[in-house]
Ligand binder design. Structure first.
Ligand code: ZN
Ligand code: ZN
Ligand code: FE
Length: 748
């Protein structure tokens, strides 16, 4: 990777051993020539890979003997720019301990300077415009170094040797606090002034690494409710930033894995079990047992967090579901109705990048949104590709993926491809990656859904360039993504549960059992298809799914007095007749829609304000101590059908009998897990395959995932789950890339 302080490390190592020679970057990585006594040279080679600087990743060291050149001293030679292969730009990295020390040292020339960074930390991916990674090709180009910074930059023994983004108060970017109208606010310390506003309960827009955030004091009901109302975000949880680990412990429960994730240089948002009595207003994460918490990752965040002395909401700077604002003018236009003030600066953001979201599960990481801090680090592929691939991803939580050889570059989180602005970031992102990574795709993979904007993009591209198109079924892509995540190639029993994905029979799938490898799949089973009355309307209004499932489960005669029927009486019959006649009612085998039906039937949620809300609330309500299981029958056909209606009937019977909702919610989860295990046993019996891969957004539900893992382990299955890429549609592009690569390698 570039800009991680590897050459100075080599320089230091060679000098300490008294070796002569040189080190440089070329297009393939780092090259080094050393000469000196044999045992010193051997020592040099063994130390090289053993303790590299924090951000450096040593893939491989190859050694070759050459004639001694009679060199004296050790030098760093200039980089070479052109060429086919390029060293990688590293991800944005949280402020390191040494820079943090300077930030809070009154004697340091960078004391309280919000842009302090070095070769071990700071902005990278978000500021790079082009390669090779040097200052003129970043958004720091407009800040010529002062003589002092220049001398650190040129000194191989300095931590800032060739630190491309290095700067100081004399030469670097500066902070400003602006009012709604864009006028500078009084006061000579923008951080103190911004903190004072936040403490008063105001909302402040803060320019971060990958774009603007909106900040509000987390303990203030007034501020957090105002933020929700102005952002038009009704229920989706906000993330919170805490000054340090100790402050994070006040609001969330932190085990060893959570601690590791919170303090890692990636600094993602980590989902923590909320601490009872935590001083966090209800509007931060309504009805949720978990809280998304992150630690400061830029000097600006550190300064603000210390000044405030209390956790604060830090959520994407946008209205509703628009992409996060990252250009200054655009941010002021779009956010002036939300923020009372803007804590801004003059270092441009080149690529809009959201915060990553992750959680610990079973002592491992499970990434839910892989973005800032992760990208553009590649995911290694289980099998090298013979030709470069672009995979366009899905519609919701879109990422794209450029893959070449043994590496897959899964993009930052693009968002829901439902508007022009997001489509533009998708298209710009693809050309930016192609340039940075020097990859010209020859194969373009896409989803089978003809209406996805990502599919349309792929088709348009194929009309304009000589590329081969490969359509990859949505759930096959989920399973292949899980295989790639685990460096596996299958064959495997793939269980892909999600909201919706286009099937090969033109119905909407989403509760699938596949026998799959990277090349192909066969649908071994699924939930019994049911109607989705009104199509997309049934996704927004889970009560419609309750109506359909109740009709099925009770053969047209559900028990009277159900709240869901009473509360939605005005359109109940009309929706049922749509479903029965099949008018505007596509069929779906989706597990997500079954969750919706149960959530609505129990009166928990009739309409959703964000994707998956009804299911999330059902999970949050469930009593994890409850172990009774609802039955779910497995049909005899091929592909076999699971009767989701059995689970709903049992839930409604319990509801009528006055059983508490947390018990019903838990028994439903347990029943669904039982159905997964039964389905896998059926497939194993027929195929002899013992390995299971679990993928799809439904497996973000850790209660369900835990029950499924327990059940599968009891039956002797070996199970793969996601870790490095999300189980949700953010992981689809990786799956598409490996499937397309495998098909084209096979000459199909
Ligand atoms: Zn640093
Ligand atoms: Zn300077
Ligand atoms: Fe999906």
């Amino acid at each position: 990777m570039q800009g991680v302080g590897f050459r100075p490390f080599v320089h230091g190592l060679a000098c300490s051993l008294g070796l002569a020679g040189f080190v440089g970057n070329d297009t393939a990585g780092v090259f080094i020539e050393v000469e000196g006594p044999a045992e010193k040279v051997e020592r040099f080679v063994s130390d090289l890979g053993a303790r590299p600087p924090p951000l450096a990743v040593v893939d491989k060291v190859s050694v070759e003997a050459v004639e001694a050149a009679g060199d004296r001293g050790f030098v760093i030679v200039p980089s070479e720019a052109a060429g086919e292969h390029r060293a990688l730009v590293s991800p944005d990295t949280a402020t390191c301990e040494e820079c943090l020390g300077e930030l809070f040292d009154p004697g340091d020339r960078r004391y309280r300077y919000a842009f302090v960074n070095c070769t071990n930390c700071g902005p990278r991916f978000t500021i790079v415009r082009d390669v090779p990674y040097d200052r003129p090709s970043t958004t720091m180009a407009g800040f010529p170094m002062c003589p002092e910074c220049e001398s650190e930059y040129g000194d191989p023994t300095d931590r800032r040797f060739h630190a491309e983004a290095t700067c100081c108060p004399a030469c670097g970017p500066s902070l400003r606090l602006l009012g709604r109208g864009g006028a500078a606010l009084d006061g000579d310390d923008p951080i103190k002034a911004a903190a004072a506003l936040l403490l008063e309960g105001k909302v402040v827009a803060v320019k971060g690494l990958g774009g603007y955030h909106l900040a509000a004091l987390a303990s203030s009901p007034l501020a957090t409710e105002a933020l929700r109302a102005r952002k038009h975000r009704e229920d989706k949880p906000f993330a919170v930033m805490a000054a340090d680990l100790a402050a994070a412990r006040e609001v969330g429960q932190i085990g060893a894995t959570e601690e590791e994730l919170l303090t890692s240089p990636r600094r993602p948002i980590v989902l923590l079990r909320r601490r009872p009595g935590a001083e966090v207003a209800p509007a931060v994460a309504p009805g949720n047992r978990y809280l998304g918490v992150m630690l400061p990752y830029t000097p600006l965040h550190h300064l603000l967090a210390r000044e405030l002395g209390a956790p604060f909401v830090l959520t994407s700077g946008n209205v509703s579901d628009e992409p996060i604002a990252y250009l200054d003018g655009d941010a002021r236009r779009r956010l002036s109705g939300i923020a009372d003030a803007f804590l801004a600066h003059d270092r441009p953001v080149h690529t809009r990048t959201d915060d990553s979201v992750t959680r610990a599960f079973g002592g491992r990481e499970m990434v839910l949104r892989r973005s800032r801090g992760f990208v553009p680090e590649p995911v290694p592929l289980p099998r090298p590709l013979s030709r470069p691939v672009l995979a366009c991803g899905a519609e919701l939580k879109n990422t794209f993926c450029l893959a070449k050889g043994k590496r897959a570059f899964v993009s930052h989180h693009i968002g829901d491809l439902e508007n022009y602005e997001t489509l533009r970031s998708f298209e710009e992102g693809i050309s930016h990656y192609e340039r940075l990574l020097d990859v010209r795709p020859e194969i373009v993979a896409h989803d089978l859904h003809p209406e996805y904007l990502s599919t349309k993009y792929a088709v348009r591209l194929a009309g304009a360039q000589p590329v081969e198109l490969v359509g990859v079924q949505h759930h096959h892509a989920h399973v292949a993504s899980c295989l790639a995540d685990n460096a596996s190639t299958g064959p495997v029993i793939g269980v892909a549960f999600d909201g919706l994905g286009f099937g090969t029979d033109a119905t909407m799938w989403g509760g699938e059992f596949l026998v799959a490898d990277l090349l192909s799949f066969e649908r071994a089973g699924s939930f019994s298809p049911v109607a989705m009355p009104g199509g997309a309307a049934a996704v927004r209004e889970p009560w419609r799914m309750a109506a359909v499932y109740l009709d099925l489960a009770f053969a047209g005669d559900p028990p009277g007095g159900l709240a869901v029927a009473r509360d939605n009486a005005a359109r109940w019959e009309q929706v049922l007749s749509l479903a029965r006649s099949g008018t505007n009612s596509p069929l779906t085998s989706s597990a997500g829609r079954l969750f919706d039906a149960v959530s609505a039937a129990l009166g928990i949620r009739y309409r959703v304000n964000y994707e998956g809300q009804a299911a999330v609330e059902l999970e949050q309500l469930a009593d994890p101590e409850e172990h009774r299981v609802y039955p779910c029958s497995v049909g005899e056909g091929e592909p076999f059908r699971l009767a989701g209606a059995d689970l709903l009937r049992a839930a409604v019977d319990d509801l009528s009998a006055g059983v508490d909702l947390p018990l019903i919610a838990a028994r439903f989860h347990n029943g669904l897990a039982g159905a997964v295990v039964a389905g896998c046993e059926r497939v194993r019996g027929r195929s002899g395959i013992n390995q299971v891969a679990l993928s799809g957004g439904v497996f973000q539900n850790v209660l369900l995932l835990g029950r499924v893992l327990d059940g599968l382990a009891r039956q002797g299955f070996e199970v793969l789950v996601h870790s490095r890429v999300p189980p949700n549609d953010g992981g689809i592009s990786l799956g598409q890339a490996v499937v397309a690569g495998a098909r084209k390698a096979g000459g199909q």
